[in-house]
Design a protein around this ligand. Structure first.
Ligand SMILES: NC(=O)c1ccc[n+]([C@@H]2O[C@H](COP(=O)([O-])OP(=O)(O)OC[C@H]3O[C@@H](n4cnc5c(N)ncnc54)[C@H](OP(=O)(O)O)[C@@H]3O)[C@@H](O)[C@H]2O)c1
Length: 181
């Protein structure tokens, strides 16, 4: 059972613009059957989690609810649930939610969709195993951060999918301070 963070990013490490637009991403060329594609990835996933801003973006712009899997949404607010969706709201410590996700995933992997700070909370708890980042050929200068933590990663695989530079990484652990490197 592996805990993944699979996402697209600008080249300078942002998931979205400061006003949470993804226009720069959605206009990019990608082969949906190409290297590191979403369909192949999601086949192995049994549960997902995301933060409230990501959830609100999916509700507003994402069309019909895209997941047939149990989905945990981290928020301190009361948010709507799309009809028929298995959405479970949570707050606070990610460790309890991670345990529930593993239980629900029935032997498949789990996916932390984002944003970066929420993924960082899983990394802080030692619960993040792998990163898949599809880098779009843009820089944004500012926005929602990819992963605001200092982590040591191992590059497992790299590929080009049309406009995207795709990297697959294993999380080794926290990046040691310079004096210990
Ligand atoms: N490029 C991509 O492929 C990609 C992937 C994922 C996301 N995105 C975009 O990136 C942006 C990410 O937004 P974001 O940085 O604001 O992150 P986010 O994780 O989507 O949302 C942050 C919010 O999640 C809630 N939250 C986080 N941790 C919590 C915890 N432990 N307990 C309770 N609530 C918690 C809080 O919401 P409350 O204020 O409700 O408490 C917090 O304000 C969005 O625009 C999203 O659409 C892009």
């Amino acid at each position: 059972m592996t805990t993944h963070y699979y996402t697209a990013s600008s080249l300078d490490g942002f998931l979205a613009t400061p006003d949470h637009s993804l226009h720069w991403l959605l206009e990019q060329d990608i082969d949906e059957h190409g290297p590191m594609n979403y369909d192949a990835f999601i086949e192995g996933v049994g549960a997902v989690a995301m933060g409230a801003t990501t959830y609100e973006w999916v509700l507003e712009y994402g069309g019909p609810w895209p997941y047939s899997l149990p989905a945990w949404v981290f928020t301190h607010r009361t948010l709507p649930t799309p009809p028929g969706a298995d959405v479970r709201f949570a707050q606070g410590d990610v460790r309890d939610v991670h345990a529930a996700m593993i239980q629900a995933a029935g032997g498949r992997d789990v996916w932390i969709v984002g944003g970066g700070e929420l993924v960082g909370q899983f990394a802080d708890a030692g619960l993040l195993d792998e990163l898949w980042v599809q880098y779009a050929p843009v820089t944004l200068g500012a926005g929602a951060p990819l992963l605001p933590r200092a982590l040591d990663l191992e590059l497992i695989d790299v590929a080009r999918n049309r406009a995207f530079l795709c990297g697959h990484y294993r999380v080794r652990g926290p990046l040691p301070p310079a004096s210990e490197a």
